[in-house]
Ligand binder design. Structure first.
Ligand code: CA
Length: 392
């Protein structure tokens, strides 16, 4: 019998009993397995629960088992964490390797912030209405590239692509407008049948949790290629995902009504109690907090996004990811992309004494977020970090 120990985590810890996000980790010299983050430790669920189904390199099988299983596991884990734990179940977060928590089969990126869509509309189409006619009728989105979703901490290599020159003809080279997009991602647990759309009220049956996303973007490549079919190589080189997936069960206190929709959407997008999430994001650029995007202002709800992406009968599978699109607010320091923060490069941002518009090689961006938890405490979502490396 190995020893046991108690893990003391303060009641107001951002990673306390009310949070318990899931991730996939490997202890030094060990194989990948599923754990929950508790304070500054990772607790190995295979050891804690004596259940070998948690010796897995992704969360997908666990997610596929559905809400009843998720609830039972969470309740059992919460109960056990208050008592002595097997020493072999507890590893300091700093000592483990973390990998992409889910095998992402399909990835969709939405455009659900009215402030972001308005800002981008003003920047890209200064003479027209910033919101296109469809925007208030459907959550605009596109299918991204699942195979380049990478875990937080992975370096991002500056992409090359076609860039429009002053003469109007393109050249090929490294992007000069490398940007970020601070987003909230939703991880699908239970899949759906082809031909059967997911109704808004079925959201909790299908979606397991949330994880922060940085949708790296090359604005010059994007601006040249995007019409008429939308984002392509300006987006597909890398999308960073947090190593930790926060279950929706941890975000009960963070639920808030949507800010309001006008006009009322079509029936398949209506919800009895449409809710969003009161998540506060922070964007740090080389350690300097440059923006605090508020998720509470998002126009479309998480359930509406899922209802829309399956409205044509497209099915989803365990581990699918859909992201909200850039989270921005009405104030300058609430903008979740550098394109908006620097207003297309015309209003540089001060970072450690330098005036900057887009990312340079060696720059690091870290997204973090907090949300209301139980008893007035705040819980933290896992961070998303990435450093820019030179083009190859
Ligand atoms: Ca995006």
């Amino acid at each position: 019998m190995t020893g046991t120990r108690r893990v003391a985590v303060a009641a107001d810890s951002p990673f306390g009993l009310g949070n318990l996000p899931y991730g996939v980790f490997a202890p030094p010299g060990g194989e990948y397995r599923i754990g929950v983050r508790y304070g500054d430790d990772v607790v190995d669920l295979a050891v804690l629960l004596d259940d070998s189904t948690f010796v897995r390199s992704t969360l997908n099988d666990f997610l596929a088992r559905g809400p009843r299983h998720w609830r039972e596991v969470r309740e059992r884990v919460r109960e056990l964490l208050t008592g002595p734990l097997p020493e072999t179940a507890v590893h300091p977060v700093a000592d483990v390797r973390l990998k992409l928590p889910v095998a992402v089969g399909d990835y969709v990126d939405f455009y659900a912030s009215i402030d972001h869509a308005t800002n981008l509309g003003r920047l890209l189409r200064p003479d027209g209405d910033p919101l296109l006619p469809n925007w208030r009728h459907l959550p605009v989105g596109y299918h991204g590239r699942a195979g380049t979703v990478v875990v937080s901490g992975t370096d991002v290599i500056r992409p090359r692509g076609q860039l429009r020159t002053a003469s109007g003809t393109p050249e090929f080279g490294p992007t000069r407008r490398l940007d970020i997009e601070a987003e909230v991602g939703f991880v699908v647990g239970v899949g759906s049948e082809p031909g059967r759309p997911i109704r808004t009220e079925e959201f909790p049956v299908h979606v397991f949790g949330v994880a922060l996303v940085n949708d790296w973007s090359a604005r010059d490549i994007q601006a040249w290629e995007y019409q008429p079919l939308g984002p392509f190589l300006g987006k597909s080189f890398a999308t960073s995902l947090s190593a930790w997936v926060t279950p929706l069960a941890a975000l009960t206190e963070a639920r808030i009504p949507l800010p309001g929709q006008d006009p009322e959407p079509l029936p398949y997008l209506r919800e009895r109690d449409a809710w969003g999430l009161d998540i506060d994001l922070t964007v740090r650029w080389n350690g300097v907090p440059v923006a605090h995007p508020p998720y509470r202002r998002m126009y479309w709800s998480p359930a509406q996004m899922l209802a829309h992406l399956t409205a044509n009968g497209a099915s989803v599978r365990p581990g699918d990811l859909y992201a909200s699109g850039t989270v921005s607010g009405p104030e300058r320091d609430q903008r979740g992309s550098l394109m908006e923060l620097s207003w297309g490069g015309t209003e540089p941002v001060e970072v450690n004494g330098e005036r900057r518009a887009f990312l340079e090689d060696g720059d690091e961006v870290v997204l973090t977020a907090t949300a209301p938890g139980a008893d007035g405490a705040r819980i933290a979502l896992g961070e998303v970090a990435g450093r820019v490396r030179p083009a190859r």
